[in-house]
Ligand binder design. Structure first.
Ligand code: MG
Length: 137
């Protein structure tokens, strides 16, 4: 986990794709649970994506979740502050995945592409597989 630890260290990971995951209603560990398996996050990490959460939960709560699930996220952000995440990392694409219009609003306001979990319904079984990553490129 690098949030805070890398603050001020400059923009990282040039050339990567950055994915911000909303939690509640989006990830299987959310409240309510969403359709995206944590395995998708793990695979994204393994494939070299910059991965983190952009939730309206407080950051300590988000970090506790990743500690429990042993996912070494690159950032823990606020959904309303995705611009801070964008400033922290140099990436070729910035993607936020969420389940509400609020997600869409703040994602697009911060220059992120927005992906609604409902758009993934047909491929939810494959979220940890290639279709998800084919979409991301
Ligand atoms: Mg949500």
């Amino acid at each position: 986990m690098v949030n805070g630890g890398r603050a001020g260290a400059g923009r990282q990971y040039a050339g990567s794709i950055l994915i911000s995951f909303d939690i509640d209603g989006t990830l299987e560990c959310g409240d309510p649970p969403g359709p995206i398996a944590l395995e998708a996050m793990r695979q994204a990490k393994a494939r070299g994506y910059v991965v983190g959460s952009g939730s309206d939960r407080v950051r300590s709560d988000q970090q506790r979740l990743w500690d429990i699930h042993k996912i070494d996220v690159d950032f823990v952000g606020g959904k309303h502050h995705l611009d801070e995440v964008r400033n922290q990392f140099e990436a070729t694409r910035y993607v936020h995945i969420g389940d509400t219009d609020v997600d869409r609003y703040y994602a697009e306001a911060a220059g992120f592409e927005f992906m609604h979990v409902e758009d993934l319904d047909g491929i939810s079984d494959a979220l940890a597989g290639t279709e998800f990553f084919d979409w991301l490129g």
